[in-house]
Design a protein around this ligand. Structure first.
Ligand SMILES: C=Cc1ccc(O)cc1
Length: 178
């Protein structure tokens, strides 16, 4: 995709795949001006996926976007997207318990909010594990806002490649083979 991003509206509805310099691969969707969905394909919590996470989304200056949210696990996330440069800078602040028990979070979180809340009470928060990394964007798709087909199944090996190959969504950005 060679679209030039200028406005906040250009960013909302965009679907990204990117790989952090530490090798962690993430898929993320700006669902609307206050909501994000994501799937994690590689890294400490690969296999985790989340829809309808409330987030703060702003444009800092033309074509540069900041997104931040706090999760039921106690994990905090701050992302800066530079889509015209195919770059993201992300910082993830993991509570100590996620670092020690990542497998608890590797699920479709929406169906297990009670489990996340119980774990954050039971286990330690501090010291937090801070992960500041640049990432390279490997896919940008214009999914449109509030598209429930973008992130609607668990991550599996080969899914990012199917998306990048144009095999996963049809011309209306609906899932093929659903
Ligand atoms: C913990 C969630 C998360 C989602 C996207 C991203 O780039 C980093 C963290």
């Amino acid at each position: 995709m060679t679209k030039q991003f200028k406005t906040l509206d250009d960013f909302l509805g965009t679907h990204f795949i990117y790989t952090y310099d530490n090798g962690w691969e993430y898929e993320w969707y700006a669902k609307n001006d206050h909501t994000v969905d994501y799937r994690i394909h590689g890294g400490m919590v690969a296999g985790r996926w989340v829809t309808d996470q409330e987030a703060n989304i702003v444009m800092l200056t033309e074509g540069i976007y900041k997104v931040a949210w706090t999760e039921p696990t106690g994990t905090d996330v701050a992302l800066d997207f530079l889509p015209n440069e195919n770059k993201v800078n992300g910082t993830i602040f993991f509570p100590k318990w996620v670092q020690e028990h990542p497998e608890i979070t590797v699920t479709y979180q929406n169906e297990h909010i009670d489990v996340m809340e119980a774990a954050r009470e039971k286990y330690a928060t501090y010291p937090k594990m801070v992960v500041p990394e640049f990432a390279t964007i490997t896919y940008i798709g214009d999914a449109g806002q509030n598209n429930e087909d973008v992130i609607d199944e668990a991550p599996y090996a080969g899914l990012p490649d199917e998306i990048r190959a144009g095999k996963y969504f049809d011309s209306n950005y609906k899932r093929v083979n659903k």
